[in-house]
Write a protein that binds this ligand. Sequence first.
Ligand code: NAP
Length: 242
Amino acid sequence: MNTYALITGASRGIGRAIAERLAHEGYTVIINYHSNTAAAEETKAVIEAAGGKAELLPFDVADGNAIEAALNQWDAAHEGEHISVLVNNAGIRRDGLMVFMNEEDWHDVMRTTTEGLYYTTHHVLSGMLRARKGRIINIASISGVSGLPGQTNYSAAKAALIGATKALSKEVAARKVTVNAVAPGFIATDMTADLDEAELKKTIPAGRFGKPEEVAALVAFLCSDEAAYITGQVINIAGGMG
Ligand code: NAP
């Protein structure tokens, strides 16, 4: 019997590290991605080479209909099975000062975060509630906790994730489903590749960017039975920032 973990945006970066780690913990991981099929296939190959199990499930998290269609298809191909762990990880940045921000940059960031959150969570939640066990982990950001200049759209989207985490955790705790948010600081991935790491490091008490594997280790702990009493929390992983 497989225990499934769906990770959105798992072709690269933090999502990929989470997929690799959860596969190592014994989950059959469902690797969602948007368009980078080569990177997603590479993630799957790395997991399988290490003896793990993985499936690909591409969909655009900004498109509710696409999410529904993909998850309905998954359900049809996996009769009697359900998704036990959901990691809402896919996200994008479109930074700019609010006074210059165009509508597209606002809506793209909000939609990628909140559309994905609603449709994936809504779809998989009933299976978790029936099983009386489940884990939902939302990858927020310290930008959503403290707010960062140049990221009004991104901070708003991540704060929405945090609010939803707190509310939903209270709805489902009695059914042994936990819902937590992880708020990373600067993590070395494609998303931060354009930033001036040498300059930004000076603002981080730990003096370095974090690694995707460090975020993945925290997510794996939150998925474990040992974390059953932790719910509705926002856990910063930011080298002392925030
Ligand atoms: P990344 O390296 O840019 O990777 C983004 C991942 O999300 C890719 O797998 C990408 O798929 C997927 N994705 C993007 N838009 C998508 C969409 N519309 N539908 C489905 N998948 C989509 O990003 P990352 O740094 O790993 O970030 C992962 C999460 O952590 C994000 O939510 C981000 O906001 C958050 N975070 C990151 C940092 C950081 O410093 N890196 C800090 C705080 C929070 P494709 O490969 O198909 O494009």
